[in-house]
Design a protein around this ligand. Structure first.
Ligand SMILES: C[S@@+](CC[C@H](N)C(=O)[O-])C[C@H]1O[C@@H](n2cnc3c(N)ncnc32)[C@H](O)[C@@H]1O
Length: 305
C-alpha cells in the first residue's frame, strides 16, 4: 500500500505491519501519527525500556562533509562479504548505514536486496542521493521496525560504539533474522590505546576507550542474545605515510573522535603535525587502520527469544 499524498505531505499509513514495496516478504511496522521509523517509538514488547538517547556527536552536521574524507571498504570488507555469502539468503539489513559508503561496497561484491537503517536524517539523505538500489529506513538498531524473521544477513560498520544497550541491539538482530548471520565491524581497543597519532592528539585514546566496547563484551552480548559460533577477526591495513592529503582528512575530522577532544587539543595537534611534516629530515609519520569483525550465526528453526 502506498501512502496518499495530501497538501501537507505524505499521510501516515494505517497502523500495523505492511510489506515493503520492493520486498514483499519483509514487513515494516507502521504507527499512525508518527513518522515511520522515528527513533522515539517502541513497536514491540521486546523493545520496552529501550529509549532513544541523543548521540554525543551530531551526524546531521557531520553528514555535510563525511564523504569528503570517508569511503567504504577497509580492513574487514573480506570478512563482511564472506559472511554475507555464507548467510544463505539475499535479504540484507545494514544498521547505521550512514551515507551508504559500506552499503555500496557490500553491494558491489554481494548483489542483494538491501535495507539500510540510519537514524540521522542528514546521513540518510546523503545516502539516498547516491541512488543505490537500497530501501532506506530511519531508525535505530535497538528498535528495528521490521517483523520477526525478515532478513538473512545483518551488518553494521563502525556504529557499535553508539550503542549503549548491546543486549537490546543483538536481541533485535536475532529477532529479525530468519537464520543466517550478523557481523559488526568496529575498532579494537588495543589499536585505540596505541593510536599512531596519539603523540599529536593525546586525549584520543582516552576519548575512544570510553566509547568503543571491548571485543569480549560484544561477543558475550551476542552469545547472550542467542547467537552461536561467535568469532572476532582482527584485520589491519598496511601503514601509509601521513602526507598532505592525509592531513586534509584530519583537518576535515575524518573520525568523530576529533569532535570530542578537549578544547584546543585538535587545533594544536594539527598545527604540530603540519610543522613536523614541513621539517626537513623529520622521520616519516605513518598511520594504519585496524578493525575487528565480530560475527555470529542464528540457527534455522531456533525459537526466537
Ligand atoms: C561512524 S558512522 C558509520 C556510518 C557507516 N556505517 C560507514 O561505515 O560509513 C556511525 C553511524 O551510526 C549511526 N548510529 C548512531 N547511533 C545508532 C543507533 N543507535 N542505531 C543505528 N545507527 C546508529 C550514526 O547516525 C552514523 O551514521
Amino acid at each position: 500500500m502506498v501512502p496518499k499524498k495530501s497538501r501537507r505531505g505524505f499521510q501516515p499509513l494505517q497502523s500495523g505491519w505492511k510489506p515493503l514495496l520492493r520486498f514483499p516478504d519483509v514487513y515494516l511496522m507502521v504507527v499512525p501519527d508518527f513518522e515511520v521509523n522515528d527513533p522515539g517509538y517502541v513497536p514491540g514488547r521486546q523493545n520496552v525500556g529501550v529509549g532513544w538517547r541523543p548521540m554525543d556527536v551530531d551526524y546531521d552536521q557531520i553528514s555535510e562533509t563525511y564523504d569528503d574524507h570517508r569511503h567504504g571498504g577497509g580492513p574487514c570488507m573480506e570478512a563482511l562479504v564472506a559472511a554475507a555469502r555464507a548467510s544463505g539468503g539475499d535479504c540484507v539489513l545494514e544498521l547505521g548505514a550512514g551515507t551508504g559508503n559500506n552499503t555500496a561496497a557490500l553491494l558491489d561484491r554481494f548483489p542483494c536486496r538491501l535495507i539500510a537503517l540510519e537514524p540521522s536524517r542528514g546521513m540518510a539523505a546523503r545516502g539516498r542521493a547516491k541512488g543505490l538500489p537500497v530501501y532506506w529506513l530511519r531508525g535505530v538498531g535497538e528498535c528495528i521496525p521490521l517483523a520477526n524473521g525478515s532478513v538473512d544477513f545483518i551488518f553494521g560498520a563502525y556504529m557499535l560504539h553508539y550503542i549503549r544497550d548491546l543486549n537490546a541491539l543483538f536481541s533485535e538482530c536475532r529477532r529479525v533474522l530468519r537464520g543466517g548471520r550478523a557481523v559488526f565491524v568496529t575498532v579494537p581497543r588495543r589499536f585505540i590505546a596505541n593510536h599512531p597519532l596519539r603523540g599529536y592528539f593525546p586525549s584520543l585514546p582516552e576519548v575512544d576507550l570510553a566509547r568503543f566496547q571491548p571485543v569480549e563484551t560484544v561477543v558475550r552480548a551476542m552469545e547472550e542474545a542467542g547467537f552461536v559460533m561467535v568469532t572476532a577477526t582482527v584485520e589491519a591495513s598496511p601503514p601509509r605515510p601521513v602526507d598532505a592529503a592525509y592531513v586534509r582528512k584530519i583537518a576535515g575530522k575524518l573520525i568523530s573522535t576529533y569532535e570530542l577532544l578537549p578544547p584546543g587539543e585538535f587545533e594544536s595537534g594539527l598545527k604540530r603535525l603540519k610543522a613536523d611534516l614541513a621539517r626537513p629530515g623529520k622521520p616519516a609519520v605513518t598511520v594504519h587502520r585496524e578493525a575487528v569483525a565480530i560475527a555470529g550465526c542464528v540457527q534455522h528453526n531456533a525459537e526466537p527469544h
